[in-house]
Ligand binder design. Structure first.
Ligand code: COD
Length: 299
């Protein structure tokens, strides 16, 4: 079972046959990340966008583009659609956002005819490595589904479980997070969703995981907290996955882990035919590299 990002990287070394398609690639951050990925022997890259601008961006950060194929397309929408097409046609294994806007890439991905949608819900998952916890923590959804319904939370949970399975954990422990551990139907509807997801796990409707909720964050990750509060839970204190109630909670968790707890962080969108790396400009170079690595592992 993969417990750290170093272990993840080690499992990928030598998998140079896999390819990342970068949409609108004249972005120095994306170019540096893809170049590191190539140097580490993890993946090759196809750069889609205006060739002259890609070369200029690479020159400003001193990168050689020799190892990369460039598909010369000026227009943002057309370049993004081409990168999506490369993934859809099997010429690339992962899609990565370059300088195109988030809405341009998401609408190309969600396009019913030419996009990357399968029957499944697309959701964002983040993996964190932090010294105070003995294994990677996966959370969802910090960036895609805004206010998921119960049905969408089932999709979010299943996607996160599949990522944990791909990381070698056949039966991850899933904490469905709320502010409290008691079901409060009147005032806190997310506690009801958490209880239903938990029951769907124990009835085998959601497979390959042990699910418990509602659990507050302290119950999910601290055995001491469970003892103090008298909570008996197969997940409490040892969660592999935390499902957050909505994008606000998910995004706050992500930013607190990254900016205040200084976690090593990787984030990708899953549920499409292939994973998508959609990092933001404020993410560190390390996060961009680790996100590509996680996408490679899941692809
Ligand atoms: N999975 C599968 N299909 C989806 C999903 C999904 N998560 N979301 C939308 N679709 C499908 C719909 O069924 C529909 O067929 C089509 O896509 C368009 O759906 P709309 O009209 O809801 O699409 P949008 O463009 O209004 O919304 C989709 C977004 C993903 C853009 C939207 O949910 C969004 O803005 N999410 C938050 C993104 C964000 O701001 N993140 C910032 C945090 S870093």
């Amino acid at each position: 079972m993969i417990q750290t990002f170093d272990e993840l990287i080690n499992t990928l070394k030598g998998s140079q046959s896999k390819v990342v398609a970068v949409a609108y690639a004249h972005d120095t951050d994306a170019l540096e990340a893809i170049s590191k990925t190539h140097q580490e022997g993890i993946a090759k890259g196809i750069l889609v966008g205006p060739k002259e601008k890609i070369e200029k961006a690479a020159a400003t950060v001193g990168l050689s583009l020799t190892p990369f194929e460039i598909v010369d397309i000026d227009d943002e929408k057309a370049a993004t659609q081409k990168a999506v097409a490369l993934v859809r046609e099997g010429q690339a294994d992962v899609l990565m956002k370059g300088l195109c806007s988030t809405s341009t890439i998401l609408s190309a991905v969600l396009d019913k005819v030419n996009g990357l949608r399968d029957a499944k819900l697309l959701s964002h998952i983040t993996a964190f490595q932090i010294p105070s916890y003995p294994k990677l923590i996966i959370i969802s959804d910090a960036a895609m589904n805004i206010a998921p319904t119960l049905e969408e939370k089932v999709g979010i949970t299943e996607n996160a479980i599949q990522v944990a399975n791909r990381l070698g954990n056949p039966c991850p422990k899933v904490a469905v997070i709320a502010a409290v551990e008691k079901v409060n139907p009147g005032s806190m509807p997310c506690t009801v969703d958490a209880a239903v997801l938990s029951m769907m796990g124990s009835r085998g409707q959601i497979k390959n995981a042990v699910i418990d909720g509602p659990l507050a964050v302290d119950n999910a990750f601290s055995k001491h907290s469970c003892e103090v509060k008298g909570i008996t839970s197969p997940v409490g204190g040892d969660a592999d996955i935390a499902i957050l109630p909505d994008i606000e909670a998910g995004n706050c968790f992500y930013k607190v882990m990254s900016y205040l707890a200084l976690a090593k962080t990787a984030g990708i969108i899953v549920g499409a035919r292939k994973p998508i790396v959609l990092t933001s400009r404020s993410d560190s170079d390390e996060t961009k590299f680790l996100s590509i690595a996680l996408a490679m592992k899941v692809s």
